[in-house]
Design a binder for this molecule. Structure first.
Ligand code: PAF
Length: 286
């Protein structure tokens, strides 16, 4: 049996309201599709936390810059629907551009620049405004009790937590651990862009994070030293163009000088046209 799919926002709202009236707890996983094991881990957790599991698939144009990969972003709705069925999703919400951003659309949700103009926000101006706007809209339409996001997009998670708290969304935001390939590469829909050589060189991100964690475990606590060591390692991978390597506080995303248990190292590195991100806490998480 195939999963229930809805494209119209009003119909979706009615469906969700009816579920809530029946006392169902709604767990929501928003995605841009091209599902991989990272998304499936969110769906598995969502299945445990809700009576009704909702997945949305929408490649949101407002979070892509003019020279970014909106048109080439990988899409495979048939496979995604099959995976959603296997993951026991109850409803797949599939809005289109016209229903999300109809002519005359004019409302934007923006989180403070201290969180959105740093890290990815610096090289992707407007990106987080697009993310927060679409997620706020999805929250209004789905009205979930709990929403699950991957922590590979660490900054996105911090921004969405801030938005949800500031706008009083009665939604529990759950960040799930990064899911990695067997060799350590963080799973991402964009990994398909990498050719075989770039795929190999992309392992330098995970190796860099492991090196930083090892140095911290051995007693190094200076963020500048750690960043330089990781920069040296990643630069050895031919073709790696570093966008940023930063050590930030997990909540405020402010740059840190000395490592403590709140410190997260975040990386963004380009290989050709493909921009990869990754991150890790630098001390053992408790
Ligand atoms: O992480 C993503 O896939 C997207 O940024 C999200 C949260 C679905 C918003 O479009």
């Amino acid at each position: 049996m195939s999963v229930e799919t809805i494209s119209d926002p009003r119909q979706m709202q009615q469906r969700m309201l009816a579920a809530r009236r029946e006392g169902q707890r709604i767990a929501f996983v928003p995605t841009m599709g091209y599902l991989h094991e990272g998304h499936l881990s969110l769906l598995r957790e969502g299945r445990k936390r809700g009576d009704l599991l909702v997945l949305s698939i929408f490649v949101n144009p407002t979070q892509f810059g003019p020279s970014e990969d909106l048109d080439s972003y990988p899409r495979d709705l048939e496979r995604d629907t099959q995976l959603a069925t296997e993951a026991m999703v109850d409803v797949v919400y599939l809005p289109d551009n016209a229903s999300m951003y109809p002519p005359g659309y004019g409302t934007w949700v923006e989180v403070d620049q201290s969180l959105t103009n740093t890290l990815c926000g610096r090289s992707r101006p407007g990106h987080f405004r697009g993310v927060t706007t679409v997620v706020a809209k999805l929250f209004q339409i789905v009205q979930p009790d709990v929403a699950l996001f991957g922590s590979k997009d660490f900054q996105q998670l911090a921004v969405l937590r801030r938005m949800s708290e500031d706008l009083n969304f009665p939604i529990e935001i759950v960040g799930m651990p990064i899911v990695r390939e067997a060799d350590g590469l963080a799973m991402s829909s964009r990994n398909v862009y990498l050719d075989a050589e770039q795929r190999q060189r992309a392992l330098s991100l995970h190796k860099g994070l492991q090196l930083a964690r090892k140095l911290v475990a051995e007693g190094e606590s200076g963020c500048r030293v750690l960043i330089e060591k990781v920069r040296e390692l990643i630069t050895q991978a031919a073709g790696a163009e570093i966008d940023y390597i930063q050590v930030c506080h997990e909540q405020t995303l402010a740059d840190m000088v000395e490592v403590d248990r709140h410190a997260v190292m975040l990386l963004a590195v380009r290989f050709g046209k493909t921009r990869l991100i990754d991150n890790h806490h630098l001390m053992e998480e408790n």
